[in-house]
Design a protein around this ligand. Structure first.
Ligand SMILES: C[S@@+](CC[C@H](N)C(=O)[O-])C[C@H]1O[C@@H](n2cnc3c(N)ncnc32)[C@H](O)[C@@H]1O
Length: 474
């Protein structure tokens, strides 16, 4: 018999699915769940705050722990806070809402530090404290809502309440149902009113919501976007077909009821994929774009081009990137440049800025933003970084490479091209520490080392963390 088989498992019986358990929450795990033990078995509960005693219903196992659904906080710990949002617990959008803000920042920093240390990337470098917000609510300048013909019924609702129409957010794990959002604590002030008006008018005009199972119905998504520093508001309605006869009167009524809307665009998306991007667009009111100011520049934002969702913290993120760029930044490559926010804000320090980005609308915006800012040393190339980086960097020495990929991080084939370009400095901006650490390990093997790690909280009350990593040749 092997050595292990003689060991006695001192744990109690494993909690079974559907059972109710009590658990003292010990810490936050790297997926943002409150973690503790029940009979010696690790259990993870979303929304449970360290130090609190909670009752949870056991669900299925997920990523190294038995999952639990928070049912009740039996004894609040010192870090437990009141929720600001009526949908807390169901929505899942900001699962840290009841967790003291300073505690959140410490947990996020702790996980980042652990990952970097495990990957042996830190060397002499410290992970700076997370730059948090003074007022960490009402910060989102953009929200994507979904229409659905199966409304999530909340506990305690009267029997027979209408359930064939909803405008809000998907309930985690229940993709076919949509939670009607009445109010949200993190989106920009005034967004609740537009959301309610859009919903009421859709019903008044008898416009049907999309059916995710049968793929029929007219209304699919509603995106609200605000230029926080300009006050301009964009509404982007995504429908399955154009149907101008029915959509235009709805749009006209919405603008009448909410005159703060400065532009309204319809996107038509006929395919099954649930993405709020139209294959075609029609401007139904205003200029079709809004503007935002950041780092002293004015940015034009189309309905679908990427822009940081937290304007206040985007300003801090840019300050932090600036502090890492020498006063004569030389030639700057801005990879995954979106509408040019980072590259353009560095243009005064650079001899040349070259942005690379796959979204045509973001490239259009980036060029317009350069022109509006009187910036003549910036150019933007539309295309996949993988397909264009080699050609862009061939024969030219890049002094600085800004790399700001989507959550999935860098395509593995991008890394050797980046290393071959051999920039004197790289600034890797990431919203996902998991993929960032994976990519940083490759860059470290290719001869770079971390020189600074500065996390910035762009997404308060969520387990997501933005981070600026500065890399220099070893
Ligand atoms: C995290 S955003 C960064 C945007 C920009 N740096 C900013 O701060 O506003 C990632 C950007 O990468 C773009 N993108 C995604 N995959 C890409 C690819 N394979 N090649 C080029 N751009 C890509 C997206 O359209 C998006 O604009």
């Amino acid at each position: 018999m092997g050595e292990n088989s003689t060991q006695i498992d001192e744990r109690g019986p494993r909690p079974v699915r559907g059972s109710q358990v009590e658990m003292r929450v010990e810490a936050i795990d790297d997926l943002g769940r409150g973690r503790g033990e029940v009979e010696g078995h690790p259990v993870a509960v979303r929304g449970a705050v360290p130090g609190s005693l909670v009752r949870a219903q056991i669900r299925r196992r997920h990523r190294g722990a038995i999952g639990g659904q928070l049912e009740e906080v039996l004894e609040p710990g010192p870090l437990q806070r009141e929720a600001r949002c009526p949908h807390v617990g169901t929505c899942g959008g900001c699962s840290f809402q009841t967790y003291d803000y300073t505690g959140q920042l410490e947990s996020l920093r702790g996980h980042l530090l652990e990952r970097l240390a495990e990957a042996d990337l830190l060397g002499e470098v410290e992970v700076e404290p997370v730059l948090g917000m003074e007022e960490p609510f009402g910060y989102r300048n953009k929200m994507d809502f979904t229409f659905g013909n199966r409304r999530w019924i909340e506990v305690g609702e009267p029997e027979g309440a209408r359930s064939d129409f909803a405008l809000g957010l998907h309930v985690p794990g229940v993709y076919s149902k949509v939670l009607d959002i009445q109010s949200c604590a993190i989106h920009f002030e005034g967004a609740d009113d537009i959301l309610s008006a859009a919903r009421e008018l859709a019903r008044e005009h008898d416009l049907e919501a999309w059916d995710t199972r049968r793929h029929v119905g007219l209304l699919r998504h509603l995106v609200l976007r605000k230029g926080v520093n300009t006050g301009e508001i964009l509404v982007y309605l995504v429908t399955s077909v154009e149907d101008a006869e029915r959509v235009d009167p709805w749009a006209a009524d919405l603008v009448r009821r909410c005159p703060q809307i400065t532009t309204l665009v319809q996107g038509i998306h006929s395919r099954a994929a649930a993405v709020a991007i139209g294959e075609e667009e029609r401007i139904l009111h205003g200029p079709g774009v809004i503007h935002e100011t950041l780092a002293g520049l004015t940015f034009t934002l189309s309905p679908t081009s990427f822009f940081q969702t937290n304007t206040t913290q985007a300003e801090r993120l840019l300050e932090c990137i600036h502090s890492e760029v020498p006063s004569s930044g030389g030639r700057v490559f801005d990879l995954y440049c979106g509408a040019g926010t980072i590259g353009l804000s560095l243009a005064s320090k650079a001899s040349e800025v070259v942005g690379l980005e796959s979204s045509p609308s973001a490239i259009r915006d980036a060029r317009a933003n350069a022109e509006a800012g009187g910036i003549h040393n910036a150019s933007f190339i539309e295309g996949d970084v993988l397909e264009n980086l080699e050609q862009c960097t061939r024969g030219v020495q890049g002094d600085l490479c800004i790399v700001d990929p989507p959550r999935a991080g860098l395509h593995p084939k991008v890394i050797p091209i980046l290393l071959a370009a051999a920039p004197a400095r790289m600034i890797y901006v990431s919203c996902n520490p998991v993929t960032a650490v994976r990519d940083l390990e490759h860059l470290a093997r290719g001869g770079y080392r971390l020189a600074r790690v500065q996390p910035v909280d762009l997404f308060p009350h969520t387990p997501h963390l933005e981070c600026v990593f500065t890399l220099v040749p070893r």
